[in-house]
Every structure is written in structure tokens, then in C-alpha cells.
Design a protein around this ligand. Structure first.
Ligand code: ZN
Ligand code: ZN
Length: 370
């Protein structure tokens, strides 16, 4: 038995134990027996989420502490991202997405069965994959990542979608937790996107959790506040923290043709290379969006305010009122952090000015340390 099978067995055992000993009795007592299956699935998601975020934390927090890309005077701004991460990874948001989507998938499933349609799987076209599960896993990963590239790029292009995605970018203290900092509606859209693509290409259910675990762990790494690059070759193969930091840069790379940003890839930089949106910066830029008062641009908003502002921005964009500056709101002058600096004093001269400051355009980047 390989170690992954052992882990799988442990999770399944724990899942059954938690349902039998913890959730079953109260659900039955409350007359909610019909939710038992949903609870069972929820526990599975919760356990994998605990495992994923626990692993990411143990690997990445020491790196962030030892080799930070930025040194901050405090970590208060990170707290809201930790909240987003627990909601996301421990199943609250995914379960809500699942509950909302379940009727839609039942409908699709029913229609497919009625018409005797079985969605094809990759293995049907390439039978050799049946004996090479790792290769199959990597191909599914590449297909899903290709779809994720376009979802991400569109969320920067459509104004209504950017109003939601701007929340992800407004964080000026980007860390491993920032990956989950997303508007709930953005989560819902992303969930539909991911699930529909997975359904269309026939991702086997056994691969699904594994794919999610790999994607989420690499996403935590790419957001980590750490001076890490995968080197001259590796940086072309997999998105590293420096690559994704340039996606979050407060100022777009000079002379870029694509106006809404660069480095949209989630896992494989290849997509940016193919579609002309790639940029390898030699420095580590400050992250965030210039706070111009548009929805989602304030770095200091709390959870509920971000949710409210995201919706307001979306409605304003749909009504075609204003909000025209948000897409290009990165374009402020602010210097990149020098690569070699580990000096905490560097913060006061290189860290971007306060999110609430209207003096963002100063060539020195101003000095509002927080
Ligand atoms: Zn983005
Ligand atoms: Zn990001």
C-alpha cells in the first residue's frame, strides 16, 4: 500500500467516525436526516481542507519568516485573509457553492441520462492512460489550468467581474493566505467554471480532490510573502512567488502591451507565454491597487465591507456607470523592492503608501508605514 492509500484510508475512517459520533445524532434529532449525505461530503471536504492548509502552513510560514519579500511592522492586514482561507478551505464556501449548484448538476445529469449520453473521459480517447494514472492526472491538471488562465484573464477584462476580483488584488500585505481572499460571488462563479470544465472533460471523481489539493497548495505558495524563484528553468515550468507577485504588482510592468495586467497563469506560465501576457521581473514589486475610491480598491476594508463594495461595484459596472478607472487602477508610480534587501528599514522607503492616502503618485512611494 502506498502512503497516499494510507492517507486516504485514514481520511475515510475519520469521515465515518465524525458522521457517526458527532453529526448523525443532532441531525436526526433536528429532523434533518435528509442532509446526512451532504454532511458526509462536507466532512470529507473539511478533512482534506484541514490537511491542505495545515501542510501549506507548515511549509510556507517558516519560509515567510526566514526570507520575506517584504517586512511589515505588523500583520493586522493579513487577518482578513486568514478568515477567507478558513471559510474557503474548511468547506463553508465550497459547501454553499455545492448547495447552490446541486440542482443545476442534477438537471444536467438527468438530461444526460435521459438522452443516454455518458460524458467522455480522456481514457476513452487514450486508453494507455488507464495504466498511467499519474500521466492522466497531469493532463487533467493542464486542461483545468488552461481553463483557469482564461477565467482569471476574463476577470481582469470584464468590468463587472473586475469589481469582484479587485478585492483579491487590494491586499498590500500579500501572503500565503491571500489566495482565498475573493468575493463570495467570485467564488461561486469560479466554482461553476471549474466544475463545468471538470464535468465536460470527464475528470474521474477519484482525481478531483487530489487535483484540488495540488492546485490550492501551489496557489498558497505563489502568494507567499517570500523571496523565492524556481530559477532560470523552473520559473518557466511552474508559477513561483516572484512570478505571481508581478501579477499583483501595484504598478504594471513598464511598456506592457496588455493593459489589464500580466502573469494570469495559476500553475503553468506556458499559457502567459502562448497568449502574450508574460512578464519576468527581476525585482519584487509592492502589491495592491491604488485606492481611488472605486469598489474593492481599499486595502483596509473588512470582510463585510469588501463583500458589499464588490456587489456595489458589480452593479455599477452593469449599469455602465463609472468604475472605468478600476481596471487600470494599478497604474501609479511606486518603486519595486530591491531584490537583495532584507533590511526592515527598507519598509519605510519602499513600501507603498497608505491605502487611504491620496498622495500615491509621489515618485518616492511616500512613507506611510503601517
Ligand atoms: Zn488577478
Ligand atoms: Zn493572486
Amino acid at each position: 500500500m502506498n502512503p497516499f492509500d494510507g492517507l486516504l484510508d485514514t481520511v475515510v475512517t475519520l469521515q465515518g467516525w465524525l458522521l457517526d459520533r458527532v453529526l448523525q445524532a443532532p441531525l436526526l434529532a433536528l429532523g434533518l436526516g435528509s442532509y446526512l449525505e451532504m454532511a458526509f461530503n462536507g466532512i470529507e471536504f473539511f478533512l482534506w481542507g484541514v490537511l491542505q492548509i495545515g501542510t501549506a502552513y507548515l511549509l510556507l510560514r517558516p519560509l515567510e519568516a526566514l526570507w520575506p519579500a517584504e517586512v511589515w511592522p505588523d500583520r493586522k492586514a493579513v487577518r482578513v485573509d486568514v478568515l477567507y482561507t478558513f471559510l474557503d478551505r474548511l468547506g463553508v464556501i465550497p459547501l454553499a457553492v455545492f448547495a447552490l449548484l446541486a440542482p443545476l448538476f442534477l438537471l444536467i445529469d438527468g438530461w444526460l441520462r435521459l438522452n443516454d449520453i455518458i460524458p467522455p473521459q480522456l481514457e476513452d480517447f487514450f486508453p494507455a492512460l488507464e495504466t498511467r494514472p499519474l500521466l492522466g492526472f497531469l493532463i487533467y491538471l493542464a486542461i483545468l489550468d488552461f481553463a483557469e488562465y482564461w477565467r482569471h484573464r476574463l476577470s481582469h477584462t470584464a468590468r463587472w467581474w473586475w469589481a469582484l476580483h479587485a478585492i483579491h488584488h487590494s491586499q498590500r500585505q500579500m501572503s500565503m493566505w491571500t489566495d482565498s481572499r475573493n468575493h463570495l460571488l467570485d467564488d461561486l462563479i469560479s466554482g461553476v467554471w471549474f466544475a463545468v470544465i471538470a464535468l465536460l472533460v470527464g475528470v474521474p471523481p477519484g482525481h478531483f480532490i487530489g487535483l484540488l489539493m495540488v492546485v490550492k497548495t501551489i496557489e498558497n505558495l505563489s502568494h507567499a510573502n517570500v523571496r523565492l524563484s524556481f530559477g532560470p528553468l523552473g520559473k518557466h515550468l511552474l508559477v513561483d512567488p516572484r512570478y505571481h507577485r508581478w501579477h499583483h504588482a501595484l504598478e504594471l510592468p513598464a511598456g506592457r502591451r496588455y493593459r489589464n495586467g500580466s502573469n494570469f497563469a495559476i500553475l503553468f506560465p506556458l499559457w502567459d507565454r502562448l497568449f502574450g501576457t508574460q512578464y519576468f521581473g527581476a525585482t519584487l514589486p509592492p502589491t495592491g491597487i491604488a485606492d481611488d475610491g472605486s469598489a474593492g480598491t481599499s486595502a483596509r476594508s473588512g470582510f463585510w465591507r469588501q463583500q458589499k463594495e464588490g456587489l456595489q461595484g458589480l452593479l455599477a459596472a452593469l449599469r455602465n456607470h463609472g468604475n472605468r478607472r478600476t481596471v487600470t487602477a494599478h497604474r501609479v508610480h511606486s518603486p519595486a523592492l530591491p531584490l537583495a534587501s532584507h533590511d526592515s528599514n527598507a519598509f519605510s522607503t519602499h513600501y507603498p503608501p497608505s491605502a487611504n492616502s491620496r498622495e500615491d503618485d509621489g515618485p518616492s512611494g511616500s512613507t506611510h508605514a503601517r
